[in-house]
Ligand binder design. Structure first.
Ligand code: S3P
Length: 172
């Protein structure tokens, strides 16, 4: 039985790393945002707009609970906010679940997210100083939850393959 959860800020590479890990290990990969989008037949941006963030967090919480209660073997990539709301971090500490925080530095995240913020509703409208300050504050607030993961892997200046190799070594 393998239950591996990847967490970390937006842009930290959770989905990319999860897919490669899955190819290498044969453990099936799931992405929580994709599950929500499939269930609701709407994009995350549409759901944020229609529900607002608080109701999105409730939906995210329910989707995570249902997933954890029903899936046996998995590599699950969470949304960047998932461990930080509705006591989801406690669910992730349950026996049998191996959580891995993909830790990117603030400058690295600012660099990566400047190029890929369009589909991220929390960032899409922010520019310049406001964009950078939002990420800095957000990361500071969220780090408390991220650091409760069982393993922490720094991802700056590493390729996805190197990160996967590091995680596989940690988990064997
Ligand atoms: C969010 C991260 C997103 C998505 C939603 C909210 C967040 O997932 O769940 O836009 O609060 O950090 P990614 O981390 O996969 O971009």
């Amino acid at each position: 039985m393998k239950k591996i959860v990847l967490l970390g800020y937006m842009g930290s590479g959770k989905t990319t790393v999860g897919k490669i890990m899955s190819e290498k290990t044969g453990i099936p990969f799931f992405d929580l945002d994709e599950i929500i989008e499939k269930n609701m037949q709407k994009t995350i941006s549409e759901l944020f707009l229609e529900l607002g963030e608080i109701r999105f967090r409730k939906l995210e919480h329910e989707t995570l609970n249902h997933f954890l209660a029903t899936q046996i073997d998995f590599i699950l990539s969470l949304g960047g906010g998932t461990p930080c709301y509705a006591n989801n971090h406690l669910q992730l500490q349950k026996e049998g679940i191996t959580s891995v925080y993909l830790k990117a530095s603030l400058p690295e995240l600012i660099k990566r997210l400047s190029a890929e913020k369009a589909h991220r509703p929390l960032l899409a409208s922010k520019e310049g100083d406001e964009f950078q300050e939002f990420i800095a504050k957000h990361l500071f607030e969220r780090s408390y939850f991220y650091n409760q993961a069982k393993h922490v892997v720094s991802v700056d200046a590493k390729t996805p393959d190197e990160i996967v190799q590091e995680i596989n070594t940690l988990l064997t």
